[in-house]
Design a protein around this ligand. Structure first.
Ligand code: UDX
Length: 440
């Protein structure tokens, strides 16, 4: 059993802390936000993530998981300290490291012996060394010489399935500089280690690069199929079949080959830009990633063109919007395609009736600039009632089995823009819809 502090109770920190406590460790989650900490103690989870609430409540109750704003005590009382604070994009696309480095400093200010400091946040290559330098510098200024190790241990959690991803990872990546640190980390992930999860042991820089390269590759894969989809539309091919057959080639794999309105979320947009920036800075630009970023922006705009040209004009027309979060099973709207597509439709005169099972709260402020054109609905059919078109933007399960007779009864739109390809085009055309998917 290890004693671990996790600094930052955002998405990554909270999931990591909660599941590590479920692995049998004693975990202290630290945050500067007192309200958040008090809420967590009462079992109020700041994000919607399936399965997380139960894990948090169970382990808080059995005292393996605790929450505090006191970083001093958290550092003093624990041997391993995870840094899981945000690395938002700076204006030039690079990741802003101020929060990570501030935590590193504060760890060093309270160190009272050997500690392993683990970077869990996605950070540019070289950050581990900056964290190390910050700790060393701060210890020197305190006149102390404690031994410590910095480790890079990137996360590969998908929102909506983060609990499953943490407990059943494809691999655990550990970048460190001493055997002692590797041993400590194996103990942290003992449950996975004994279950024969592959462990990649490497240096800090390689671990940092693995995270960026993996995310950028997945973003590129999605963008590739999106662009192939656009060509499919022009030449009468079906991208769903193309992707399926491509995926049957083991070298390609079927995953992340679903054409859609462009990738969004807290990782792909930020990480592709950061990697492009890092590559430029070292004089080795990765043109594939730069193109991916641009093509993904184009893809979102293309969805607007698709809708507007099919309907000829959207001015004064009411459109039902099903789903606004960047993907299902999350309330997260960071860089969601809806944030580009919906304001653009409104700027062309459309009115929107929106339903999203979890997105209303965040959507209300993120779409504030177009609030006058929005009516929020409490369910799918309420959103669809008396509209001219349906735009399905997020593939929530509850949108997969719409009652088409009911749609007719409530005067639902005859245009159906299925931007996630969850319906079959031929069937939808047969039902009388003017149906448009992506690449079908
Ligand atoms: C991603 C990575 O998968 C995860 O490993 C990393 O650590 C964090 O970023 P996440 O952003 O939660 O996870 O979601 P993911 O399921 O990867 O989807 C990202 C975006 O790509 C979404 O907007 C999704 O709709 C889109 N997507 C995904 C597609 O358009 N097509 C696909 O085939 C897959």
């Amino acid at each position: 059993m290890s004693k671990i502090a996790v600094v930052g109770t955002g998405y990554v920190g909270l999931v990591s802390g909660a599941i590590l406590s479920d692995f049998g460790h004693t975990i202290t989650c630290v945050d500067i936000d007192e309200t958040k900490i008090n809420n967590l103690k009462q079992g109020i989870i700041p994000i919607y993530e399936p399965g997380l609430e139960n894990v948090v409540k169970k382990n808080y109750k059995n005292k393996r998981l605790d929450f505090t704003t006191n970083i001093k005590e958290a550092v003093e009382n624990n041997d391993v300290i995870f840094i899981a604070v945000g690395t938002p994009p700076a204006d030039d696309g690079s990741a802003d490291l101020q929060y990570v480095l501030a935590v590193a400093k504060s760890i060093a200010e309270h160190m009272n012996g050997y500690k392993v400091i683990v970077d869990k946040s996605t950070v540019p290559i070289g950050t581990g060394q900056k964290v190390k330098a910050m700790i060393q510098e701060t210890l020197i200024s305190r006149g102390l010489e404690y031994a410590f190790d910095v480790v890079s241990n990137p996360e590969f959690l998908r929102e909506g399935s983060a609990v499953q991803d943490f407990t059943h990872p494809d691999r655990v990546v550990i970048g460190a500089e001493s055997d002692r640190a590797f041993e400590v980390m194996k103990e942290v992930y003992r449950v996975l280690y004994i279950n024969e999860t592959p462990f990649v042991e490497t240096n800090i820089e390689t671990a940092e690069m693995i995270k960026y390269a993996s995310n950028a590759f997945l973003a590129m894969k999605i963008t590739f199929i999106n662009e192939v989809a656009n060509v499919c539309e022009q030449v009468g091919a079906d991208v769903q079949k193309v992707a399926k057959a491509m995926g049957q080639d083991g070298r390609i794999s079927p995953k992340f080959l679903h054409a859609g309105p462009g990738y969004g979320g807290s990782c792909f947009p930020k990480d592709t830009m950061a990697l492009a920036r890092i590559a430029q800075d070292v004089g080795e630009p990765i043109s594939l990633i730069e193109t991916t970023v641009q093509a993904n922006e184009r893809q979102k705009k293309r969805m607007v063109d698709k809708i507007v040209s099919a309907m000829e004009d959207v001015n004064g027309k009411t459109i039902a919007v099903l789903g606004i979060t960047f993907k299902p099973k999350t309330d997260d709207m960071r860089d969601a395609p809806s944030l580009i597509i919906l304001p653009e439709l409104v700027s062309r005169g459309a009115k929107l009736k929106i339903y999203d099972p979890e997105g209303k709260k965040e959507g209300t402020w993120r779409l504030k600039n177009i609030e006058e054109a929005i009516e929020w609905s409490e369910d799918t059919y309420d959103a669809i009632k008396d509209t001219e078109a349906i735009v399905l933007l997020t593939e929530w399960n509850e949108f997969r089995n719409l009652d088409f007779d009911k749609l007719r009864d409530i005067n639902g739109g005859e245009f159906f823009f299925d931007l996630r390809n969850i319906y079959n085009k031929a069937t939808m055309l047969e039902k009388g819809f003017k149906y448009y998917g992506v690449g079908v």
